[in-house]
Design a protein around this ligand. Structure first.
Ligand SMILES: [Zn+2]
Length: 56
């Protein structure tokens, strides 16, 4: 069994980011973002860097 890796959504328009930590057994619909809540721009899904893991 492979544990899901945390990732984040990033808005290239306003800099908004949201970290998502998926659970192995539950898919939480609120984690499924496709648009930026601030400006409505399409969000990009990116893996967490070491920087994010330290400062979140
Ligand atoms: Zn935005």
């Amino acid at each position: 069994m492979i544990a899901p890796q945390p990732y984040k959504y990033k808005c290239s328009q306003c800099g908004f980011t949201k970290v998502v930590k998926p659970k192995s057994d539950v898919m939480n619909p609120t984690n499924m973002l496709s648009k930026c809540p601030k400006c409505g721009e399409k969000l990009t899904k990116v893996p967490l860097s070491l920087f994010d893991k330290i400062f979140r």
